[in-house]
Design a protein around this ligand. Structure first.
Ligand code: V47
Length: 369
């Protein structure tokens, strides 16, 4: 008996033959299918199916990028319950980097082959519109070849409001100043119930999608995330996938989906237990199966830990993110992962998973080692 027929037996044993047939034949899965996949305990069967889709999209490749994070300010008016990073303006732990300090952060690492700077901050009540444009210009001046992936859809809507601009106008100004693409944060869970309970001040889910679609219509690529493992139901997770899949059908502008494992420490949800490895793997696998029009699924090692992220490469993920120098948001919420991994360490993880490491740029072009 070959490997495939053994796994087909595992699928049958789990009562998932109908879903398997759809996956094998490239037929789109339904909301009900997604809920069943979240509820099955047959992890190997789930992984077998997710891996089929993963290899259909990305063969044996596993991507990573040499990148640096800049979290320019933790001052935030939203103060979401799940966030350990944000502080009210005037708080003794509040900080905001000047444009010069941000430029210095980039300058400090000019001798490293960094391809991307990933920039996310809070919703700052007082920063002027010019700050965001000046930040991008200053980075490009120091390092013209770097790709700037900056400002979640939530920040873009805020920046536009600060500048008295439409989303299109603000996005155009940001692109002219050096913006390359948009990271996937701020999506959380789109469900109004969840947003009402955890982040009532935040841009609503439907508006997050509208900002992303606006960016896509202008040729700006973006990512998407989902924060799981707090108070959301599996139905709400699958609805989140369905909304993203529908938007992607319309624009094709999403590059990558990243399930973000909730870290409870120092948040307003400290009673919630951290996610288990099984839950993490399940979220990777179900997202790979439901998001049939997303080319990449990222296992963000900073949140998952390197070992679960490595395992995820056999359960649907094809990307580990990257070196992630200087990340703050997850570490403030108790992540015990290191602050950075070297290219060698990442390649070692990928090879250990039996995959081929591929260094990429932000837009998933292969780069020569
Ligand atoms: O939007 C906040 C999440 C996000 C916590 O686009 C938390 O490639 C876990 O979006 N526990 C920011 N997560 C990070 C992000 C991201 C990271 C890596 C790559 C990309 C990409 C995007 O972090 C926030 C929020 O959803 N977050 N607090 C927490 N306690």
């Amino acid at each position: 008996m070959n490997d495939t027929s053994i796994m087909e037996q595992a699928v049958a044993g789990a009562g998932l033959e109908d879903i398997y047939e759809k996956v094998r034949d490239g037929v789109r899965l339904s909301m009900e299918d997604g809920v069943r996949l979240f509820k099955t305990s047959a992890l190997p069967a789930l992984g077998f199916m997710a891996n089929m889709v993963r290899e259909r999209f990305n063969q044996n490749d596993a991507f990573y990028i040499y990148n640096q994070h800049v979290n320019y300010s933790n001052v935030c008016t939203n103060l979401c319950k799940f966030c350990a990073f944000g502080r009210e303006s005037g708080h003794d732990q509040a900080y905001c980097m000047s444009v010069e300090e941000i430029a210095d952060k980039i300058r400090e690492r000019l001798d490293e082959p960094i391809r991307e700077v990933h920039i996310v901050g809070g919703i700052h009540p007082d920063l002027p519109y010019s700050y965001y444009l000046d930040m991008l210009r200053a980075i490009k001046e120091v390092r013209p070849d770097i790709h700037i992936q900056a400002f979640t859809c939530v920040e873009i809507a805020h920046i536009a409001e600060v500048g008295g601009k439409s989303w299109e106008e603000a996005l155009q100004d940001l692109v002219d100043a050096g913006l390359g693409s948009i990271p996937g944060g701020g999506a959380e869970v789109f469900s109004p119930r969840i947003r009402e309970k955890l982040c009532p001040e935040k841009l609503p889910g439907d508006k997050w999608i509208e900002v992303a679609k606006t960016a896509h219509s202008m040729g700006i690529k973006s990512n998407a995330t989902m924060l799981y493992g707090h108070i959301e139901t599996v139905e709400e997770r699958v609805e989140h996938f369905m909304a993203l899949r529908e938007a992607q059908d319309e624009t094709g502008g999403f590059m990558c989906f990243i399930p973000l494992a909730f870290h409870p420490k120092n948040t307003g949800l400290e009673d919630v237990a951290p996610t288990s490895g099984i839950e993490d793997i399940r979220n990777i696998a179900v997202s790979r199966l439901m998001l049939d029009n997303f080319p990449h699924i990222k296992a963000y090692w900073i949140m998952l830990g390197p070992k679960i992220a490595q395992l995820a490469l056999s359960f649907g993920a094809d990307d580990l993110d990257g070196t992630v120098l200087e990340e703050k948001i997850t570490h403030m919420a108790g992540a015990d992962t290191s602050q950075a991994m070297s290219n060698r360490e990442i390649e070692h993880l990928i090879r250990g998973a039996g995959r081929v490491p591929v260094e990429r740029d932000t837009l998933y072009n292969r780069v020569a080692a």
